[in-house]
Design a protein around this ligand. Structure first.
Ligand code: HEC
Ligand code: HEC
Length: 459
């Protein structure tokens, strides 16, 4: 299996070079990078730096032998690409010189890399970078582990994630993160006015990984998050910066920025499917979709309509851990806090299950379901054939199954030892990672599923 990662890394070098022209074409079309909100996100440091340029440049020195020797022989540009590939980082569309921080980081002015929202909310599909697309390549925990070792080697000071990750998993699979629990942990140290109380009792954490949703759905949503419990306002989007160092005044002073950032997120549109579509088949698929799927997912095209619905956990049958992980105490805290304007923006404390999301740009956001367990739309439409262990290729796009190009396994190969390699495998037997549920496509005959698959490319 070691070879697999090696090959993946090598491919990424060639693929990244070959895909370059389309990156520019796409990025100027999607991601609205001229919006002032994009500029704030790309330039304003809102957290302490996670590491500096020297640490980044030397990460490869602690890689396992075979990747180490590959990096050692590489030019500085290739080494940057190998490093981006290992951790799931992407070049920002405007950063044509390919220097300094990746899309998901901001320069703090002292060569420090500060995490921003795009670390999870800026991704690549079919070799194309799109801000607002979930970063389904991100390996946050692996990055933080390697940063910690490199800092220790260089005698540098450890910071919040280096230490935090010793107590909390940041993400156990490529592309997914434990971010909901980060929010719970940070929130537990605040009172309703955002004052910090480090001695507050710690709640019990139900760790689980999530696949971030695309930002271009934001303008269609009434309430936020997988279970639709949270009001849609700019303050809720500020939870990411609630580390104790950012006290109540600092946090509140950034409110005007977050109004602009919310406006940016609200402005985003889904990218168009860049490969061939059989329009006749898609037209048949649209009818099947209207009869079987639109009641929950809405309609598209000329008669666009989306009325956000929450489907109960028993009815939808997908992995319940995300839903169970937010306690009623947590939801009650949010409903009384500054974040919800002290309840003026209502919180649904007893949300019943998961939101049926809009499906605009669904071709681009694989893997599917809130936990990122289903690698392609074909597998969404064939609930009994979803792979239980799979690993994606770096930049392959499967136009037949519509989604990630994957290799499937019966179990995680026995020779995969290190947790950094284990994270390259999605293993549905682990907590929070079930592929179960959403069996509605079983109502359809094979021809209907084929037609719906074609229709989904058009959204
Ligand atoms: C470590 C990864 C990570 C970072 C960093 C991050 N997010 Fe998210 N974000 C997520 C995940 C995962 C979800 C899904 C949470 C859920 O549904 O419970 C999410 C959900 C959202 C949503 C809800 C969308 C919807 O359709 O309901 C918005 C909006 C959002 N994030 C904005 C932001 C902003 C703005 C920032 C930066 C200030 C940010 N996020 C930073 C991972 C992240
Ligand atoms: C009764 C409501 C309901 C019906 C009917 C329904 N869905 Fe869904 N669908 C959901 C919910 C709820 C989710 C989110 C589940 C989760 O993430 O755990 C979902 C998720 C999805 C996703 C993944 C979205 C993503 O971003 O990961 C796709 C694709 C999808 N549905 C397609 C379909 C198709 C095609 C049909 C018709 C054959 C259909 N659905 C019928 C409720 C429904």
């Amino acid at each position: 299996m070691k070879q697999l990662f090696f090959v993946v890394m090598l491919c990424s070098v060639t693929a990244a070079t070959a895909a370059e022209p389309s990156v520019d074409h796409f990025s100027s079309k999607y991601g609205n990078i001229d919006h002032p909100g994009y500029k704030i996100l790309r330039t304003k440091p809102l957290l302490p730096a996670d590491f500096d340029q020297q640490v980044f440049d030397e990460l490869w020195k602690i890689w396992p032998k075979q990747y180490h020797s590959l990096a050692e022989r590489a030019s500085p540009e290739e080494r940057r690409r190998l490093t981006f590939s290992r951790y799931g980082l992407h070049e920002a569309p405007e950063n044509t010189g390919h220097t300094g921080p990746a899309l998901g980081y901001v320069d703090d002015g002292m060569s420090g890399w500060v995490m921003n929202c795009f670390s999870c909310h800026g991704g690549t599909v079919a070799g194309t970078v799109i801000p607002g697309l979930p970063n389904t390549h991100f390996l946050l925990h692996t990055l933080v582990e390697d940063v910690r070792l490199t800092k220790l080697r260089l005698g540098k000071i450890l910071t919040h994630l280096d230490l935090g990750s010793l107590h909390m998993p940041l993400g156990t699979t490529r592309g997914t993160t434990n971010s909901v629990i980060f929010g719970v942990a940070l929130g537990s140290l605040r009172d309703v006015d955002m004052n910090v109380h480090l001695d507050n009792p710690r709640p019990e954490y139900l760790h689980h990984d999530m696949d971030a949703p695309p930002w271009w759905h934001y303008h269609k949503k009434k309430m936020l998050y997988a279970d639709g419990f949270s009001p849609k306002n700019h303050r809720v989007l500020m939870q990411f910066m609630m580390i104790p160092r950012n006290g109540p005044e600092t946090l509140k002073s950034w409110e005007p920025d977050f109004e602009v950032i919310q406006d940016y997120i609200q402005s985003l549109e889904a990218p168009e499917y860049p490969f061939a579509i059989d329009r006749d088949l898609a037209a048949i698929g649209e009818k099947v979709f209207s009869a079987n799927c639109a009641e929950c997912h809405g309609t598209y095209g000329d008669n666009e309509h989306y009325d956000q619905r929450i489907i109960t956990i028993d009815e939808i049958g997908t992995d319940p851990l995300r839903w169970e992980s937010l306690t009623s105490e947590y939801r009650a805290w949010l409903s009384k806090s500054w974040l919800s304007r002290y309840g003026e923006d209502p919180v649904i404390a007893d949300t019943a299950g998961y939101v049926a999301p809009p499906l605009d740009g669904i071709w681009a956001t694989a893997p599917y379901l809130h936990n990122g367990s289903v690698p392609t739309l074909w597998h969404m439409l064939h609930p009994d054939e979803r792979p239980q262990v799979w690993s994606r290729t770096e930049s392959g796009y499967d136009t037949e199954a519509v989604g990630l190009e994957i290799t499937t396994f019966n179990e995680v190969p026995a020779d995969v030892g290190k947790s950094s390699e284990r994270r390259l495998y999605f293993d549905a037997s682990k907590p929070g990672k079930s592929t179960a549920g959403h069996v509605y496509p079983n109502r359809l005959i094979e021809e209907e599923r084929r037609a719906v698959l074609e229709y989904l490319k058009t959204l």
